[in-house]
Design a protein around this ligand. Structure first.
Ligand SMILES: Cc1cc2nc3c(=O)[nH]c(=O)nc-3n(C[C@H](O)[C@H](O)[C@H](O)COP(=O)(O)OP(=O)(O)OC[C@H]3O[C@@H](n4cnc5c(N)ncnc54)[C@H](O)[C@@H]3O)c2cc1C
Length: 388
């Protein structure tokens, strides 16, 4: 018998997607291992998001009803399973006489959103407008209020990894995936740790490397045919002014939605942008144009006028989106699962929302079961009710 350590499933990457698949696979009883090149989980895109656990009101505009419904369902599970990490927070949408989206359109969007989420929305009483964190009230017509949720994306990812470990999954940090090749019904997987190469064997290899997906895919043999994808950078800034009442959902000049969010004791988080890029995931950083765009958008809506001096931190993350002729803002945010149908199983999970990681992971598990033939495990359980 081979002395190579054996796993049913090896997952490359411990962002939210890798963490979610590890949790689902371990809950099902598969012998599962995660390889992560960084010393901690969630240091890639999953700590550079807008940190919202939301259905995404704006996705209704591009007709992504299924995504919104699924994300709102997942928000409900997360509010129950991770109450210390995921919290409901009021969102305010100010509408001005010059706003591109009229009040009636936002009202219809909020009505659909409230039917999906079973949480109502309201119009803020004029008497309360002055208490809204110095919001610019000139030419304002109305202000809507509804609820969505905020999290700490890195902590959430690490909590999911913690849950996967409790369920029996293993994780190797500082473990850089180098290559793999198929040998009969298993993959031989090589990773590097502490300048030493290690080889493992598994029946199913899952690529959850987010914006590193293509360079990772190129190291896997046999190849998996990938749809055309592009990387879209999104930048946030944290400023040294605090807001108290909730999150402001404002409209930039180019019609994009920008969020102004209270962020811990640090200040206020503002984002995001969208910029198609060919920069790799290791090199991405905010550009001057993105930072100016965020400052200008904020300054159009608040009495306090920000300058570069107010910025205490800025960071960028990369979305993995399908190539088509839509603007990045309107492209589908659904996760993409690409897989073969023979053993050894090869699956790639990319894109998607932080919010919907659990639903995406369960979809991946269905694919694993259909390729490997569901193991007759007694431990089989869904992750729907597992507390984080
Ligand atoms: C700007 C921005 C804002 C967003 N805002 C939101 C939001 O508010 N709400 C929401 O629901 N979603 C949001 N998203 C989407 C969400 O953040 C991402 O879809 C999600 O974080 C992607 O997770 P991932 O696990 O696929 O990738 P990542 O988090 O990038 O994880 C990939 C992992 O693979 C590891 N890896 C790479 N190569 C190797 C290798 N060779 N060996 C070992 N490990 C490797 C990396 O180190 C990394 O840890 C946003 C995305 C962006 C870019």
């Amino acid at each position: 018998m081979s002395k190579t350590p054996y796993y049913d499933i090896i997952i490359i990457g411990s962002g939210i997607q890798g963490a979610g698949v590890a949790q689902a696979a371990a809950a099902y009883g598969y012998k599962t291992l995660v390889l992560e090149k960084y010393p901690e989980a969630g240091l890639g895109t999953s700590s550079r998001s807008s940190k919202l656990i939301h259905g995404g009101l704006r996705y209704l505009e591009s007709g992504q009803f299924k995504l919104v419904q699924e994300c709102l369902q997942e928000r409900k599970h997360l509010l129950k399973n991770a109450p210390q990490l995921v919290k409901l927070i009021p969102f305010y949408i100010p509408v001005y006489s010059h706003s591109i989206r009229p009040a009636w359109l936002i009202w219809i969007g909020l009505l659909i959103y409230s039917l999906f989420s079973l949480k109502s929305f309201s119009i803020v009483n004029k008497k309360k407008w002055a208490s809204l964190d110095g919001l610019n009230l000139k030419n304002i017509k109305t202000i809507f209020k509804y609820y969505d949720a905020q999290t700490d994306d890195k902590k959430l990812t690490q909590a999911v990894v913690g849950s996967a470990k409790k369920l029996g999954a293993k994780i190797h940090y500082n473990a850089n995936f180098i290559k793999s090749h198929a040998q009969e019904h298993t993959h031989l997987v090589t990773y590097e740790k502490n300048e030493t190469l290690h080889v493992l064997e598994c029946k199913c290899l899952i690529n959850c490397t987010g914006p590193w997906v293509i360079p990772t895919q190129e190291k896997i043999s046999p190849t998996l045919r990938m749809p055309e994808i592009e990387l879209v950078a999104g930048t946030h800034i944290i400023i040294n002014k605090k807001i108290k009442q909730g999150i402001y959902y404002i409209e930039a000049k180019d019609k994009r939605a920008v969020f102004v969010m209270p962020w811990k004791s640090e200040g206020t988080l503002i984002g995001t942008t969208e910029r198609i890029t060919t920069e790799g995931a290791d090199d991405i950083s905010p550009t001057e144009a993105e930072i100016s765009y965020l400052l200008e958008t904020y300054n159009c809506y608040f009495k306090t006028q920000l300058t570069h001096e107010n910025i205490i931190k800025s960071f960028s993350g990369l979305r993995v989106l399908p190539v088509n002729n839509q603007l990045a803002f309107n492209k589908s945010r659904e996760s993409l699962i690409i897989h073969n149908s023979t053993t050894p199983a090869l699956i790639t999970l990319i894109g998607g929302k932080l919010t919907a990681y659990r639903a995406s992971s369960e979809d991946v598990l269905l694919k694993i079961n259909s390729i490997l033939g569901a193991l007759n495990k007694t431990k089989h359980c869904s992750t729907k009710n597992i507390s984080l």
